[in-house]
Structures are given as structure tokens and as C-alpha cells.
Ligand binder design. Structure first.
Ligand SMILES: Nc1ncnc2c1ncn2[C@@H]1O[C@H](COP(=O)(O)OP(=O)(O)OP(=O)(O)O)[C@@H](O)[C@H]1O
Ligand SMILES: [Mg+2]
Length: 408
């Protein structure tokens, strides 16, 4: 799914821009990251949104458009440039190609032609080592029973990951009735999963991002619906589309699953790269882990991607040792998180993640170790997702240029 091309278009002429946009929005492998109606602002748009492909329509002002192509191709941007025009004038095509356009699209372009041009770019983009670096990693977090610590795990993994350089992380609260990820992050979201689901057919990446609530750690939150009645809006289909859009937009996705293991949860499990199954060392939990692991066999690949994490290790809840737990479950424990009730209650009550409340605590380090084991070394912790913060600061500047996706 992550092999989706993110596009930005510039075309001062509304009619041709809309036509091209309509065609692009109909393609599964393309997300429209940004659109712009002024040549002079497009370089900023590209810098801020880092699309894979920049489409420059030439006809409104060929001279300015060619200068823009030159400017973009001479910049640091890795964006592949496409020129589009109704003209088939040889010298213009030559100029556009010399200015850095990879392909020249003659408008109106048949959808198959546009699609094959984009396929060629995608093959170059994702065929090589890029495929890996662009892939979004989805971590689902589930619990062996209620109150076992799954939201604590989801929120703290999410905030730690979001503070790493070069990541962009979203957390989706799929505990549709009683989810409390927003409380853990002291967030008052404008929009929820229900809003996003309802508007999914007209969402693009920018609008989606704006619908999420950004935490100071850099983590984006998509919370559960406010009204219980709205739970029914979230269907497997709509969720699949939301997840697809999120995967195209973020480097990592963390989903806090409900404890009902519903078809909605299973939809995410199918897509997940890792399932962190949080348990404690007591009999009811371990019994459920065994049951769950048996059921997981029914879903292809799920057993192998399940990582059992023992939370509140050290808390004596019935004398079950780690060794005994391993024997009972019949597989290894992926990681352990120590019991630290005081710190965990503080972070929950204050609505701040561990990395802020207790950056040096043992439990915070245990989360760091778990994260590293899950996603590898991402490049060392930095101060709060520098790249993102910078993007956020300047994003407002170009978004004013064009009203797409502005909050009503
Ligand atoms: N390692 C830990 N040590 C001590 N207390 C913990 C630890 N992890 C979580 N807790 C506490 O356990 C309680 C439940 O945690 P949390 O809400 O994360 O669990 P959950 O599995 O998401 O629950 P629910 O089933 O309600 O969704 C919270 O009060 C939290 O502070
Ligand atoms: Mg929870």
C-alpha cells in the first residue's frame, strides 16, 4: 500500500487544474498532496510537502512555468517533474524537458496515458531501495484483557517514535467506545475517526493531516468518536481507506485496538507489520494469550508478527514466573516493561507521555528498548521531531495561498 505516489500540482487555470485533479483523485496509486494556483508559490509548496511528483501546467504562462521547472530541478528536492500542456509545439516540449521535466503530458490526457506515466515514475521510485524507506510501518497494539496497559504502550511508543528525527507518526484510537488516548495526551481534538470516516471520499492527505490533533512530541492523534452512536460509521471499508490514506502520509502508524477483536480490529491486524500484544503475568491474561494465539493462526502471517510484551513485570500477581509464562504460551516474550505504578499514574493524570514526565525513568528506557526492537535504530533521538516542527511552522504560509483543505 505504501507505494503510493504523492503529487503536487500547479496550474493557475481552474478548469484544467480541476480536470487533472479529478483524474488523479480517481487513481488508487496516487494521493494529491497539494495543489497550487500560482507558479511563484509552488517551489515553497514542494519544499514543504515533499511530493514524489510535481505536475507543472504550462499553458497559463509558459515562460513562468519553464522558469519554475528550472528552479525546481536545480533545487535539493527529490520531486520528479512533469510538464503538462495542451500544446504539442516541439520547441515548448524541448524547453520543458531541458528545464528538468521528466515527462511531457499533452492535455487533455487520456487516463491510461497519465497512469502509465505515473507507473513509470513509481517503478523508479519504489523499485529500488526507496521502496523500503518510504514504506509506512503499522504497529497495532492489543491487550490480553482490559486494563493491561495497551493504551499506555501505544501512546508512549508513539510519542517516543514521533520525537525521532525523520519520522512522522500517527496514533489511531480504535477503542471506539471507551478509548482514552486523547486523555493520555491531554488533547482536545477537533475531529475524530467518525468525522474522517464520514468525509473519506473527499479527503486528501493535507485535509487528513489537518483533521488530526498534533501533540507537542510530534505525534498526530486520530481519536475515537465522541458519540457512541457514531461508532457505526466506522466500517471495515471506510477504515481501510482511512488507514490507506494515513499510510501514504506517515512513516509510522500506531493503532490502539479495542479489546473486542472485532472485524474492525481484524482489518488493522491484516495490515499491521507488528502486533504488540500486551499482557501481564497472571492467569486470566496468559489464558487469553494462549487463546488469542490459537485464533491468530487463522489469519495469515498474524502469529509471526505478534510480539508478546509483558507489562508491569515485577508486580506479583499470582506467582507466575516469566519462565512459566513462556512455557504456557509456547513462545518467547518479546519485551518486558517494569511495574511503575506511581510514574504511570502521574503520566496518565497529567496527560503527558513518559518521555516528558519521566525521561530518565527505568520504565521510559524500557519503552525506548521496546521501540528499538520493534522498528530498529531510526537515527537517534532528537529534540521533538525537528523536521516536523519545522514543517508545521511554515506549512501555514503556503496553505493560505490556496483554500484546499482549510478548516471550516
Ligand atoms: N508498567 C506499568 N506499571 C504500572 N502501572 C501501569 C503500567 N502500565 C500501565 N499502567 C496503569 O494501568 C492502568 C491501565 O492502563 P491502560 O489504560 O494503558 O490499559 P488499557 O489496556 O489500555 O486499558 P483499557 O482496557 O481500558 O483500554 C493505568 O492506570 C496505567 O497507568
Ligand atoms: Mg486502552
Amino acid at each position: 500500500m505504501s507505494n503510493v505516489l504523492r503529487l503536487a500540482i500547479v496550474d493557475p487555470t481552474d478548469a484544467t487544474r480541476e480536470a487533472l485533479k479529478g483524474m488523479l483523485l480517481g487513481m488508487d496509486t496516487v494521493w494529491l498532496e497539494a495543489e497550487c494556483s500560482r507558479y511563484e508559490f509552488f517551489a515553497d509548496v514542494v519544499e514543504q510537502t515533499t511530493p514524489d511528483v510535481g505536475v507543472v501546467a504550462l499553458d497559463a504562462n509558459p515562460e513562468k512555468a519553464i522558469t519554475l521547472l528550472q528552479q525546481l530541478s536545480g533545487s535539493e528536492s527529490r520531486c520528479v517533474l512533469l510538464a503538462a500542456s495542451q500544446s504539442t509545439d516541439g520547441p515548448l516540449i524541448l524547453k520543458a524537458m531541458r528545464a528538468g521535466a521528466k515527462e511531457f503530458l499533452t492535455l487533455p490526457i487520456p487516463v491510461e496515458e497519465l497512469s502509465s506515466a505515473l507507473d513509470r515514475i513509481a517503478a523508479q521510485r519504489f523499485g529500488g531501495s526507496d521502496a523500503k524507506s518510504r514504506a509506512c510501518e503499522l504497529i497495532a497494539v492489543a491487550g490480553a484483557t482490559g486494563g493491561v496497559g495497551s493504551t499506555s504502550v501505544a501512546v508512549n511508543l508513539g510519542s517516543l517514535l514521533a520525537s525521532e528525527a525523520g519520522t512522522s507518526v500517527a496514533l489511531v484510537d480504535l477503542d471506539l467506545a471507551l478509548g482514552d488516548a486523547d486523555v493520555f495526551l491531554d488533547a482536545i481534538p477537533d475531529y475524530t475517526l467518525a468525522d474522517v470516516t464520514q468525509n473519506i471520499s473527499r479527503l486528501d492527505i493535507q485535509l487528513l493531516r489537518k483533521s488530526l490533533t498534533k501533540h507537542s512530541s510530534g505525534l498526530y492523534l486520530l481519536p475515537r468518536p465522541v458519540d457512541l452512536q457514531d461508532m457505526s460509521l466506522i466500517t471495515e471499508d471506510s477504515l481501510r481507506r482511512v488507514i490507506a490514506l494515513l499510510k501514504a502520509s506517515f512513516s509510522h502508524l500506531i493503532v490502539d485496538l479495542s479489546k473486542s477483536y472485532s472485524t474492525i480490529d481484524l482489518e488493522v491486524l491484516n495490515e499491521a507489520d507488528h502486533l504488540v500484544l500486551v499482557t501481564q503475568l497472571d492467569l486470566p491474561c496468559l489464558r487469553n494469550v494462549v487463546r488469542l494465539m490459537m485464533s491468530f493462526e487463522e489469519i495469515e502471517g498474524l502469529r509471526d508478527k505478534t510480539r508478546i510484551v509483558v507489562n508491569r513485570a515485577g508486580l506479583d500477581t499470582g506467582g507466575i514466573s516469566l519462565k512459566k509464562a513462556k512455557e504456557t504460551i509456547g513462545r518467547d516474550i518479546f519485551a518486558q516493561l517494569p511495574n511503575d505504578y506511581r510514574t504511570m499514574v502521574e503520566v496518565r493524570n497529567n496527560g503527558v507521555p513518559l518521555m516528558t514526565q519521566a525521561p530518565k525513568a527505568g520504565i521510559t528506557n524500557a519503552f525506548r528498548d521496546l521501540l528499538k526492537k520493534l522498528v530498529g535504530d531510526i537515527g537517534g533521538a532528537t529534540a521533538m521531531g525537528d523536521e516536523q516542527t519545522q514543517q508545521e511552522d511554515t506549512r501555514g504560509v503556503w496553505q493560505k495561498f490556496w483554500p484546499v483543505g482549510q478548516k471550516k
